[in-house]
Write a protein that binds this ligand. Structure first.
Ligand SMILES: [Zn+2]
Length: 305
């Protein structure tokens, strides 16, 4: 039996919110089996909890934003990707602002923090959502498909038609080691013109070359350059892993995305939740079976079998 996991000990960190530009304190704490990932807004009077589930998604325009009633938490995807990527099933994330800190724009600082926390197994079976039938969604020239596979596999294609970002394709079978080494360090990115437009609207106040790859008209503006030649498609894969974590349990299947983003990723989470005939849960305690009388000599016609 594969068991559910949580952190061995709590950890804390600080960072800035990319949109508010304000300092945010965050703690990640161990949690009981079946908790999943739960965000808690410690700055609000009742310390409301916001489950990391697809049903709580309220905005996907700049980042993935979750809400429970009036309480919101945004930019959850890189931390959720790190938790799912290294195999943490249950954790309580306490945050004293409406934004998860952006750190360096990647999931690497979260992977480092989670490594410091350690991982422990709980006395409960881990459930996995196993895809049995394909589900495909499209939105203009953007597509996302999930289909059966023996493990979690991703194929991601991007094509922005921009001189500084060539079309890129990444194909990867994800496990904790490959996630940490090949996906987590890839940083978020934005086009200079869009970053300036956001700043003019009072957004992206904390955004800088320290926490994003910024693309000018014909080149990357970061003096240190890229961490991977195909850092952009790796970051899109990171975002996908974070958004798929909103299923609330690990996924076994192959996900193929063309020109995706948070909107399409979270739409797939919703479509999976809405189509229980397309998957089953592994690790679920077997339902009690009612002993049948047996069919004896009666032959079952294939149409009714
Ligand atoms: Zn991202």
């Amino acid at each position: 039996m594969t068991r559910q996991t949580t952190l061995a000990r709590p950890v804390t960190t600080r960072g800035i919110g990319v949109h508010s530009g304000q300092s945010v304190r965050l703690a990640i704490k161990p949690a009981a089996p079946g908790t999943g990932i739960l965000f808690v807004r410690t700055d609000l009077a009742t310390a409301p909890a916001i489950p990391a589930r697809g049903s709580q998604v309220v905005d996907t325009r700049l980042a993935t934003t979750l809400a429970a009633g009036p309480a919101r938490v945004s930019t959850v995807e890189h931390l959720l990707a790190a938790l799912a990527g290294v195999g943490i099933d249950n954790a309580i994330v306490e945050v004293d602002a409406a934004e998860i800190p952006i750190m360096d724009g990647s999931a690497a600082p979260w992977v480092t923090l989670l490594a410091a926390a350690g991982r422990t197994e709980l006395d409960a079976p881990r459930r996995t959502l196993v895809v049995d039938r394909a589900i495909a969604l499209c939105e203009g020239d953007k597509t996302i498909v999930v289909e059966p596979a023996g493990r979690l596999e991703v194929r991601y294609e991007i094509a922005f038609g921009h001189a500084a970002i060539p079309a890129q394709t990444l194909e990867i079978a994800l496990d904790p080691a490959r996630f940490a080494a090949e996906i987590a360090p890839a940083r978020t990115f934005g086009f200079l013109a869009e970053v300036e437009a956001l700043k003019a609207r009072g957004l992206a106040r904390g955004g800088s070359l320290d926490n994003a790859v910024v693309i000018g008209p014909d080149r990357i503006l970061n003096p240190e350059g890229l961490r991977f030649a195909d850092e952009f498609v790796r970051h899109k894969t990171l975002d996908l892993v974070g958004d798929l974590a909103l299923l609330g349990l690990p996924l076994r299947g192959r996900v193929t995305v063309t020109r995706g983003g948070h909107h399409l990723h979270t739409a797939l989470v919703e479509a999976i939740a809405a189509q229980p005939a397309a998957w089953h849960l592994e690790g679920q305690p077997a339902p009690a079976r009612v002993p049948g009388r047996g069919l004896g000599a009666i032959r079952v016609e294939p149409a009714f079998a």
